[in-house]
Design a protein around this ligand. Structure first.
Ligand code: SF4
Length: 184
């Protein structure tokens, strides 16, 4: 983060947000990181059939220090959880996380003591991708969704205001135990 964090809200900051968002979304490098069967589908997006290179993302970084996207592909065991967090902590800011598959997002069919019941207990997740396993096309769709988020992300005072609005919305949300339908 640099001078853009100090700029007051207004035309200059809005223009800078758009330029920074465009550059950031066009230069995302994923970390080399796979936990279980979902990782095979993640690897498939690097093949010519799916061609993640069209987004300039074919370089899966072997070190977290040169990566800004973590794709959590597969179930996260309790033993692996601190490692996942350490890899995340070693990635430079700004950074993003895609939770790929039901196991990473909620524990999936592994409803037991050995598996973390959702990787969002460990790291903040930007996009949840359903499926077991999600097809490579679905991962590409999640990446496009993330690109939209990155393109429209806020900077400086606008970011503080957006964080406050999100927190207020979360506090107003209906508690899970009062929800109806599938969650009841
Ligand atoms: S969601 Fe399915 S494919 Fe992915 S890690 Fe879990 S069991 Fe494997």
């Amino acid at each position: 983060m640099g001078i853009e964090e100090k700029l007051p809200a207004g035309f200059v900051l809005t223009t800078l947000e758009q330029a920074a968002g465009y550059m950031r979304k066009s230069s995302i490098w994923p970390a080399t990181f796979g936990l279980a069967c979902c990782a095979i589908e993640m690897m498939a997006v690097g093949t010519p059939d799916y061609d993640i290179a069209r987004f300039g993302m074919e370089r899966f970084s072997a070190t977290p220090r040169q990566a800004d996207l973590m794709i959590v592909a597969g179930r996260v065991s309790q033993k692996m959880a601190p490692v996942v967090r350490q890899v995340y902590d070693q990635m430079p800011n700004p950074k993003w996380v895609i939770s790929m598959g039901v196991c990473a997002s909620s524990g999936g069919m592994f409803n037991n003591y050995a598996i973390v019941q959702g990787v969002d207990h460990i790291v903040p997740v930007d996009v949840y991708l359903p499926g077991c396993p999600p097809r490579p096309e679905m991962l590409l769709n999640a990446i496009l969704e993330l690109h939209q988020q990155v393109q429209h992300s806020k900077l400086g005072v606008n970011r503080v205001a957006a964080a406050r609005a999100a927190e207020a919305a979360a506090l107003r949300a209906t508690p899970t135990h009062e929800m109806k339908g599938l969650l009841a």
